[in-house]
Design a protein. Structure first.
Length: 702
């Protein structure tokens, strides 16, 4: 061999050895700084929290990254094959790296051509778990080294499972299960071949190939994936051609941030409660499974009733633009329906059912009368409905009155509540003490702050519809208070129960006898009083109207043994409505909702508390009911009322109510009450008089 040839060979050998040494040195250097791949086994990516209705319907997916981790066994084979064929068709035969692809990518980078990928599934996983998306040769070397290490310690199925659960598929969806829900409204197990090919095609460029962004381009990518699947032997050409023309069942795109939200007034309330219980990070990243008390049919009925009511209010010129409804199952405290308005959107997510604080008007009187009944005063106790004034702290005098300045003289509690007499309620609150009224309201479920003044008896302090539904639920549940809850059960990402409210704590706050007597009086509101006839629902029911003096708020809160619902209508800007009485639109909304929600529930009466309530014949005919031990000792019960009214009751605490310390004053002589009538100007009708037939066109009641 000539010497010059030998010299060239030696030079080539030295160059090769130098290059090999350089590469070996680079590999050694990069290897020393590689992350510990053992962390891959413990890696827990952020997972979506999923919220479900009582019947299993998924209501919402809450996430920082929309991801639901599923085992490989749940991912259909066609989905696995579609990704492998398109991203890495030699996945099951290589050891983590496609060296030809790396050389091509490196050459392109050195010659300043467009950078090429050619990363295997394992390399993509390594980049996602341990590196970043920086485009450089050094990152490709690290990626390759990590991929080979991963393949040494993990099986192909373990690698593929992690990849399919972590890959970004556009429209906020991470992983194939989240993508199945996002694009098709399906669980991953239900994916078809055409759908799987669509998803696999998205991976290369999610912002371009998402079917929500460009359906034509997504279909082109689907065709490419189907060809690759056929070339890889996963499907036949005939199957590919059939899948190309088959429908994909694309779901309607939802607004960002409301992904998967059904019944958003309810679900956003649940999310707010979850944030309070577990923190925002746990809710967005913890993969919680949340099972709620939502009754889907009741929720639909509630939304339909509110929408109908606001349309009707506008058509009748009442001027209400918004409404809210909360429904609770009294025996469990479960919130089965919640509607916070007529139009939920990204720009208008205010939930009036629990976030709004409005004056409840006369619907607050229930707490005044509950305190009195629980103190031993029977429903036929006489209360005076006559002019009276109360000095205020600023030197003025407040004269409570009904809206037409009418007075009825001596009337019973039962009549006063049924006809919603304001002066009687204020006199009673003054008699038993406003602090006691507040105490009962809070024990029964009111959480909002209450001002200790006599106008509270007429609903001057603000409360939420949820508070009102809770308070009335205590009466419907025979005096037992249960904190309202929309959440029944929460499990963590491993399936462990971390909150179980299926058997909530119950506290007796008034006796069953008191609750039954109040229910009896509130039944009169519907059957004879301000709720008649619009709140008649064809089954035993109790309730109360509420109307503020300036018509800015109108309410109806009522219940059956099985369901409680609070309804409010008004305007967000507090503008006045036009004679919007609680006995009109709110009562009609309530009736419409209750009839629908209870259509499959058997009619039955409220449970009579044997031993706690005594039935006594009245001198005027009929019967009256008393807490056991408070009934008249001889004769009929009619003469007992005046006697009971004179019984001593706790005086108000002057230190908490300074404005009430001077003696009450009567109305000045220039205020003359009109003839005997109720607050809206109609004549007072005794409870035992014949009643007109129920029609929705009757004059609105308070």
């Amino acid at each position: 061999m000539p010497g010059w040839v030998r010299g060239i060979l030696v030079a080539i050998l030295l160059i090769v050895l130098f290059a090999a040494g350089t590469v070996a040195g680079m590999v050694a250097a990069y290897s020393r700084n590689l992350p510990d791949i053992s962390r891959m086994a413990d890696y827990q990516p952020a997972s979506s929290t999923r919220i479900f209705a009582r019947d299993g319907t998924q209501l919402a997916s809450v996430y920082k990254e929309n991801r639901v981790w599923v085992p490989l066994s749940r991912i259909p084979l066609v989905m696995q094959q579609a990704v492998i064929a398109n991203e890495d068709h030699n996945f099951y035969s290589h050891h983590g790296v496609d060296f030809g692809g790396i050389i091509r990518a490196g050459f392109a980078d050195l010659t300043h051509q467009q950078f090429q990928g050619a990363s295997t599934i394992t390399q993509q996983l390594a980049r996602k778990l341990f590196l970043n998306d920086q485009v450089s040769i050094s990152r490709k070397i690290q990626e390759a080294l990590l991929a080979m290490e991963i393949e040494r310690y993990y099986t192909k199925d373990e690698i593929l499972e992690r990849y399919l659960n972590m890959v970004y598929l556009g429209s906020g969806a991470y992983g194939v299960d989240a993508a199945a829900h996002t694009y098709f409204g399906e669980r991953v197990e239900s994916l078809t071949l055409p759908q799987a090919a669509i998803l696999a095609g998205v991976i290369a460029a999610p912002s371009d190939y998402s079917p929500f962004v460009n359906l034509d381009l997504a279909k082109d990518r689907q065709s490419h994936v189907l060809d690759r699947m056929a070339e890889s032997g996963f499907i036949t050409r005939e199957q590919a051609d059939a899948a190309r023309v088959a429908g994909i069942g694309l779901a309607h795109e939802r607004a960002p941030g409301l992904q998967g939200y059904l019944y958003p007034y309810y679900t956003t309330y649940v999310i707010a409660q979850l944030d309070k219980l577990f923190g925002k990070q746990a809710v967005e990243e913890g993969g919680l499974q949340v099972y709620t008390a939502l009754d889907v049919n009741a929720q639909k009925d509630a939304q339909e009733a509110i929408d109908w009511g606001i349309r009707t209010a506008k058509a009748e010129g009442i001027g209400a633009s918004q409404g809210a409804l909360v429904a609770i199952r009294p025996s469990t405290g479960e919130i089965v329906a919640m509607v916070g308005g007529t139009h939920f959107s990204l720009d208008n997510q205010f939930n009036r059912a629990w976030q709004a604080r409005r004056q409840p008007g006369s619907s607050f009187k229930v707490y005044v009368y509950t305190a009195a009944i629980d103190s031993g005063m029977p429903p036929n106790t006489i209360i005076e409905d006559s002019p009276i004034g109360y000095p205020m702290g600023d030197g003025s005098t407040w004269y409570p009155r009904d809206d037409d300045n009418s007075f009825m003289g001596d009337i019973t509690f039962r009549t006063a509540l049924a006809q919603s007499r304001n002066v009687a309620a204020v006199r009673l609150a003054d008699k038993i003490g406003i602090d006691k009224v507040i105490q009962y309201a809070q024990r029964m479920g009111i959480t909002a702050p209450l001002e200790a003044n006599l106008s509270l008896a007429l609903g001057s302090s603000v409360v939420s519809p949820l508070d009102q539904a809770t308070g009335y639920s205590t009466l419907a549940n025979q005096g037992v208070h249960i904190e309202p809850s929309a959440i029944r059960l929460v499990r963590d990402s491993l399936g462990n129960s971390i909150l179980d409210d299926q058997y909530p704590q119950a506290t007796e706050v008034v006796s069953a006898g008191t609750a039954w007597l109040m229910t009896s009086m509130l039944e009169d509101v519907i059957n004879h009083g301000t709720g008649y006839p619009n709140a008649i629902i064809g089954r035993p029911a109790a309730g109360k109207t509420g109307t503020t003096s300036d018509f800015r708020d109108a309410w109806f809160v009522g219940y059956t043994p099985d369901l409680v619902a609070a309804v409010w209508i008004g305007n967000d800007n507090y503008s006045r409505m036009v004679e919007s009485y609680g006995g009109n639109i709110p009562a009609r909304i309530w009736s419409r909702f209750m009839k629908g929600a209870l259509v499959h529930v058997a009619k039955h009466d409220f449970t009579f508390p044997e031993g706690e309530v005594v039935k006594v014949a009245s001198c005027s005919g009929g019967y009256e009911y008393y807490l056991s031990g408070t009934q008249p000792q001889s004769g009929c019960g009619s003469g007992y009322a005046a006697q009971a009214a004179e019984a001593p009751t706790p005086a108000p605490d002057d230190t908490s109510l300074p404005s009430l310390s001077p003696p009450p004053q009567t109305l000045p002589p220039d205020v003359t009450p009109p003839p005997n009538s109720i607050g809206d100007g109609t004549k007072y009708v005794p409870l035992d008089s014949p009643q007109p037939e129920a029609t929705s066109t009757s004059k609105p009641r308070r």
